[in-house]
Design a protein around this ligand. Structure first.
Ligand SMILES: CC(=O)N[C@H]1[C@@H](OP(=O)(O)OP(=O)(O)OC[C@H]2O[C@@H](n3ccc(=O)[nH]c3=O)[C@H](O)[C@@H]2O)O[C@H](CO)[C@@H](O)[C@@H]1O
Ligand SMILES: C=C(OP(=O)(O)O)C(=O)O
Length: 418
């Protein structure tokens, strides 16, 4: 299995270009099967394992997918005839739960194997199910398969989410696009990728209003068509490079981003004494002295994203003084801490709280990517550590970061895949 070998101690400098957003693309791909006519052309797709996996799921459902250039695909869903998704790929990934909403909207029924994804907590899907049931579907779980059936299609409904959930918001939105009547989602997630999936569906002819606020109104339509669409830049990939720049005392311009989506990260870095300059579609991170420790609490958007908690923990582990991290979204997203400790970090975890006493330097070691963002955290740790760090289990990293070692090398890092 591949590993990343990193020689630490090099300051990152230059420009890095951010790919399309994983979590937006993973909602857009299943949405494309809803076209009753025409094809969907999707641009700025990130070249990552999760996208390859989703393309293969759609192909196995009968969609025709063609590619003519990097990050651009055409999906012809006219061959999708089955409401059953049960392949190994479905089981592997989290976002396969969107097949429930998409197949339900298309056929009035869906059978999908339970989703996988990063092991960072229990990750229930009760709010997705509650939404489908409110729209009149009957949901059962048999032998690891979620079965959702309707008698006469879905009916619009008022749905109040008990927790702010990206997945439930997008899934209910997908299901409701062709439902009979109006669906209102209250306490909806406001993440940029929720807005992006809705914009894509609206380009296909859906009628979705209010995304980006906590009340979304979906008026069901009868017919959807193909469209051309470009995925937004990845907020989390951008944040990862911003944090890596700060950790290495670097000067990095993170290009092809929407700076508004990065505000919570920008604000934290500024609080730590790092200089961040916002451009129109870029942010420049300049770090000239060791950052100060700060307190961080992960929250739904526009709060600090849980997906950057792990890279941020690495930065805090080498910042001045004590920091407190409060992971309010997932109860088990601290597996990277044990790996950071192998590199000398001084971190105590109790429940959702990590108390981090910043040390001057980490020291290189063999560490494991226990999940996707833990992997990013270990790569940043390797970049700043004394000597060599080997990161194993990097298939997790490949799920969500396009060509991470090439992008880092272009910024001056000494990193290679072995
Ligand atoms: C493919 C994708 O887009 N993944 C993202 C998505 O995951 P995902 O959609 O799985 O995350 P959610 O936003 O749904 O989860 C947020 C919180 O709600 C809880 N919950 C969720 C659904 C539910 O039915 N019941 C329930 O209790 C979860 O356990 C978690 O504590 O949003 C997360 C939160 O920003 C990110 O970390 C993931 O990168
Ligand atoms: C948790 C993540 O992904 P997934 O939901 O696909 O497991 C992530 O992108 O950080």
């Amino acid at each position: 299995m591949d590993k990343l070998l990193i020689e630490g101690g090099r300051r990152l400098a230059g420009k890095v270009y951010i790919s399309g957003a994983k979590n937006a693309a993973l909602g857009i791909l299943p949405a494309a099967i809803l076209a009753d006519e025409g094809i969907c052309e999707i641009d700025n797709l990130p070249e990552i394992e999760d996208i390859r996996c989703y393309e293969s799921i759609l192909t196995s459902l009968g969609a025709k997918i063609s590619k003519d250039r990097k990050g651009h695909i055409k999906i012809d869903p006219s061959g999708v005839k089955s409401h059953i998704a049960g392949s190994e790929e479905v089981r592997k990934m989290r976002a396969s739960y969107y097949l429930l909403g998409a197949l339900l909207a298309k056929f009035g029924k869906a059978e999908v194997v339970f989703p996988g994804g990063c092991h960072i907590g229990v990750r229930p899907i009760d709010q997705h199910i509650k939404g489908f049931e409110a729209m009149g579907a009957k949901v059962t779980i048999e032998h690891g398969i979620i079965k959702v059936y309707t008698e006469n299609g879905l009916k619009g409904a008022n749905i109040y989410l008990d927790v702010v959930s990206v997945g439930a918001t997008i899934n209910i939105m997908l299901a409701a696009t062709k439902a009979d009547g109006v669906t209102i989602i209250e306490n909806a997630a406001k993440e940029p990728h929720v807005v992006d999936v809705a914009n894509f569906l609206n380009s296909m002819g859906a009628n979705i209003k209010g995304t980006g606020t906590d009340v979304i109104k979906i008026t069901g339509v009868k017919h959807l068509k193909g469209c051309s669409y470009s995925v937004i830049p990845d907020q989390i990939e951008a944040g990862t490079y911003m944090i890596a720049a700060a950790a290495t005392g670097g000067d990095v311009t993170v290009c092809n981003v929407i700076p508004k989506h990065l505000e919570s990260i920008t604000a934290k870095l500024i609080e730590m004494g790092v200089n961040v300059e916002e451009g129109e579609d870029s942010v420049r991170v300049i770090c000239t002295e060791r950052p100060r420790g700060v307190n961080v609490k992960t929250l739904p958007y526009p709060g600090f994203p849980t997906d950057l908690q792990q890279p941020m923990t690495t930065l805090l582990s080498i910042s001045k003084g004590r920091s407190i991290m409060n992971e309010s979204i997932y109860e088990a997203r601290y597996k990277h801490v044990d790996e950071l400790k192998r590199m000398g970090a001084n971190i105590k975890v109790e429940g959702r709280i990590a108390v981090i006493e910043g040390i001057e330097k980490l020291s290189g070691a063999e560490v494991m990517a226990t999940d996707l963002r833990a992997g990013a955290a270990m790569v940043i740790a390797g970049l700043v550590a004394d000597g060599y760090t080997t990161v194993t289990n990097i298939s997790h990293i490949d799920r969500g970061y396009e060509k991470i070692e090439e992008k880092l090398r272009s910024l001056g890092a000494n990193i290679k895949r072995i």
